[in-house]
Write a new protein. Sequence first.
Length: 219
Amino acid sequence: MDTDNQTPVKSVKEQSKSETRRRLILAGVKAFSRYGYHGMKIAAVARDAGVANGTFYLHFKDKQSLFLEIIRSAVAKLASGLFAVHSYGSKGNTDRDEIKVTLKFAEENKDLMRVALDFKTSDISGNADIFAPLIDMRINEIEKAVKEGRIHHTVNPIIAARAEIGMITSVICWWLDHRDQVPRNELVDTLTHLRRSWVSTDADIDDIDSLLNQWDSRL
């Protein structure tokens, strides 16, 4: 009887704990976005989440652990969308579909995008790069195209992928604050055209499964 009575109480406590953690993460994203990593204050995050400072430390050791939790969650979310493009997307439209997925992610996570583009936090996040799934896929595609002669052999796939993704993500972040200047469809069309402008238009990547399996095992 006592056990039965304790079950719902435990469930409520777990739900409350999860909700508190969720509020701390949301407050953390906004704080990191507004003040940067070094300017973010735990007291302010706790206040915005509606909890005491001590409650913050029940969930996170310090602000670095909160930051890494935010980045890990974002990596998984973005990766899931990108994997779906290659698993279920229309053949030949992966360039456009990847940009649309990234744009949708940015629209739904505006503050998080700003955190991810803050290169001053790269030493804090280590290998937790929010754009790593997109970059790794693109490196794989460019390497294949170089071997097949569709991209010049002097092109370094790592540099090319990072330059391309850097351009796309920074433009998307700019657009989030200037929607009135450029319609959404024109943004997608232009970024897709720019991405394809320096490679052959008949590029077709079929061997993405091995890369997706690698990412599945790392998340």
